[in-house]
Design a protein around this ligand. Structure first.
Ligand SMILES: Cc1cc2nc3c(=O)[nH]c(=O)nc-3n(C[C@H](O)[C@H](O)[C@H](O)COP(=O)(O)O)c2cc1C
Length: 379
């Protein structure tokens, strides 16, 4: 029987579906709900040492609907990292591990470009009992104004330095979360892995403007009549996320075997998850999908992923992780392959014609029936 259970960087997960950092992991109540519903793990909302610097606004989300308005296909947010005091978070991390000792709880952390701050946040979360770290180098709005988040993720040298500090202080697996707001996601990925991170997660949200209100002529989400570009997520970003995960997984396969990838961006079904795994992800994360469909949604995603595996005869996630990766190549190589196939077909046709070999039953003729029979013989 197929199983979704997996072990990634020593973390034992009942299934590969992890709550991505964001509103679905923003306090102990909702984290507990996630574990109760069967999520494979939870990455808590990103925390920092001094939450007093984090001031959120409302509204802070904007949705893009399908033409019939029945479906949300894109979601922009201008939400910052957690505005809850760090001391409360430490207490909730401890209580969470007491309540759910088997549940994999990952702390998402972010700090300014300051060695002591990163070391302090790692040590204090570690002492509170979390199972692993995700380093948020990827929030595209608000935090970059303080040279944090995507501002660090877009600078491989700074990112490498921070990863080195964190890895020296951490006794736990460390994943670096990549920003998609960069031309070559391989560059920060290489920097994080070379600096000792066990894994990489991708993608965070894509810098975006969700739209302009045609009555007020103001861009959305409108806060006192103004806005700021935010981060785009949900199913509209999935093709971009798949491409970036493919690039990261190819780099891991070729240069960092054994390191891991947690893929995300628009995952809403087991079939979506299967595609991320086929392109090399060890686990998959979901944020906006939980905001759209609720925590229970993990059950249908698990069922769909299992049905896919059983249909294909895969017993474990490892059986199909990365098996679609070798089928990416350059455009020039596609041209060469297509030319080669057409040339082979033409040669086959020419040989058949030369041997008077019939290619369809309508070609049999009473006049040279024996020759046609001979031509079809393999010896
Ligand atoms: C409202 C909202 C808040 C988010 N907050 C965080 C955050 O605090 N830290 C973080 O690393 N990512 C954050 N994200 C990004 C998600 O974790 C995820 O990378 C992204 O939304 C893509 O996945 P999805 O399409 O499943 O939502 C947030 C996303 C949303 C929609």
């Amino acid at each position: 029987m197929a199983t979704l259970a997996t072990v990634v960087d020593g973390l034992k997960l009942p299934n590969p579906f992890i709550i991505a950092s964001g509103p679905p992991g923003t306090n102990l109540n909702v984290i507990s709900k996630a574990f109760k519903e069967g999520w494979g793990g939870v990455i808590a909302k990103t925390v920092s040492l001094d939450a007093s610097k984090v001031v959120n606004v409302t509204p802070r989300y904007g949705k893009l609907h399908s033409a019939d308005k029945k479906e949300v296909i894109g979601w922009e947010n201008i939400e910052l990292i957690s505005d809850r005091p760090f001391s409360i978070w430490l207490d909730e991390f401890k209580r969470c591990k007491d309540l759910h000792p088997e549940g994999i709880l990952i702390a998402s952390i972010m700090e300014e470009y300051e060695r002591d701050a990163w070391i302090e946040i790692v040590e204090r979360c570690q002492d509170a009992g979390v199972d692993a770290f995700e380093l948020n180098f990827s929030c595209p709005h608000g935090l970059p104004e303080r040279k944090m988040g995507a501002a660090m993720g877009q600078d491989p040298d700074v990112l490498a330095e921070v990863c080195t500090w964190v890895n020296a202080a951490s006794k736990l697996p460390v994943w670096a979360k990549m920003t998609p707001n960069i031309t070559h996601i391989e560059d920060p990925t290489r920097a994080a892995l070379a600096a000792g991170c066990q894994g990489v997660t991708a993608i965070n949200t894509i810098r975006s403007v969700i739209g302009v209100n045609l009555d007020t002529l103001r861009p959305e989400p409108s806060v006192e009549g103004y806005t700021t570009p935010g981060g785009y997520s949900s199913k509209a970003v999935r093709p971009i996320a798949l491409r970036m995960c493919m690039e990261i997984a190819s780099l891991i396969r070729d240069h960092y075997p054994g390191r891991t990838l947690s893929g995300m961006g628009g995952i809403e079904t087991g079939s979506d998850a299967a595609q991320f795994i086929l392109l090399g992800s060890d686990t998959v994360q979901v944020c906006t999908g939980v905001m759209k469909f609720g925590y229970e949604h993990v059950n249908s995603m698990c069922e769909e992923l299992l049905a896919f595996m059983e249909g294909k005869g895969f017993e474990t996630l490892a059986d199909f992780k990365g098996i679609s990766l070798p089928y990416f190549t350059t455009h020039a190589d596609l041209v060469v392959r297509q030319k080669a196939r057409k040339a082979a077909q033409a040669a086959e046709k020419a040989a058949a014609e030369q041997k008077k070999m019939i290619l369809a039953d309508a070609e049999w003729s009473g006049d040279n029936f024996v020759q046609q029979s001979d031509a079809l013989a393999g010896n």
